[in-house]
Design a protein. Structure first.
Length: 259
């Protein structure tokens, strides 16, 4: 099955498997899942300046040259790309960004890491919940330049370069990671390598999110392997994003949840 058709097939499978709050037996997970929607509702009239930033990027006529270091884009897979097209096809929806915000807020959020800055929209959302430093990594120089134009929060450190080099260097400088979002190269190897590196720095209450877990056969294979890691106590599949907990009472659990 080609990568273009795979997401349709995988979404159908997700739709068949997904469950709502009434299927959840764990009181803690039931509370966590319910609070996610409460969080999004409470944010309805907040962070609208980030959406204004999104709209300005969608209106941009600028064309930039993007050097892909991973799986690339399915919709705009040429080296020269419009900023508007990148924003339309390669960024998270507001709702997904708020999901990331919520799970970031459930951690101490002193040290937050984002792998794959793109144009910086998720970065801006995560910065609103970061209480210490948010390190965001981007391999494409021109994408990093576009993102830097509106990443003005003092808590954000934008790190440019090949993530396979820059991430280990950064992790050597810090003691722990509270929240991390892996959304960079979208390949099996890079996703697993990034996660394994981050696992060395997780601490009590850390959460790791992985983007586009059903984007391709490779990404779904990586996700299926990751949820079996012994360190992972609870995994949540929201289709666009997978969430990993490393502390959870009781037996190891995996849930496919409606979102």
């Amino acid at each position: 099955m080609g990568n273009r058709l795979f997401p349709l097939w995988s979404f159908f499978n997700y739709w068949l498997k997904k469950e709502d709050k009434f299927s959840i037996h764990s009181p803690l997970l039931f509370k966590t899942y319910g609070e996610l929607f409460d969080f999004i509702l409470a944010k309805d009239q907040l962070d609208l300046d980030i959406e204004e930033c999104r709209n300005s990027l969608l209106d941009s006529d600028e064309v930039i040259e993007v050097l892909d270091l991973g799986a690339g884009s399915k919709k705009v897979n040429t080296q020269k790309r419009k900023v508007s097209a990148i924003t339309e096809y390669s960024t998270s929806s507001r709702k997904t960004s708020q999901l990331l915000q919520y799970f970031c807020s459930r951690t101490q959020a002193v040290q937050v890491i984002e792998l794959g800055t793109c144009v910086g929209l998720n970065t801006k959302y995560l910065a609103r919940e970061t209480k210490g430093c948010l390190a965001t990594f981007e391999g494409a120089t021109e994408l990093a330049r576009i993102a830097s134009l509106h990443l003005t929060d003092s808590s954000v450190e934008l790190i440019v370069g090949n993530i396979s080099d820059t991430l280990p260097e950064y992790l050597d400088r810090i003691d722990f990671v509270d929240f991390a979002f892996i959304d960079a190269n979208h390949t099996y190897d890079s996703t697993l390598n990034s996660l394994k590196s981050l696992l060395q720095k997780v601490r009590s209450g850390s959460i790791i999110a992985i983007g586009d877990i059903h984007w391709s056969v490779q990404m779904q294979s990586a996700w299926n392997e990751i949820i079996e890691f012994p360190e992972v106590r609870l995994s949540l599949d929201f289709y666009e994003v997978g969430i990993l907990f490393f502390e959870f009472p009781g037996d190891k659990e995996h849930w496919v949840l409606d979102f």
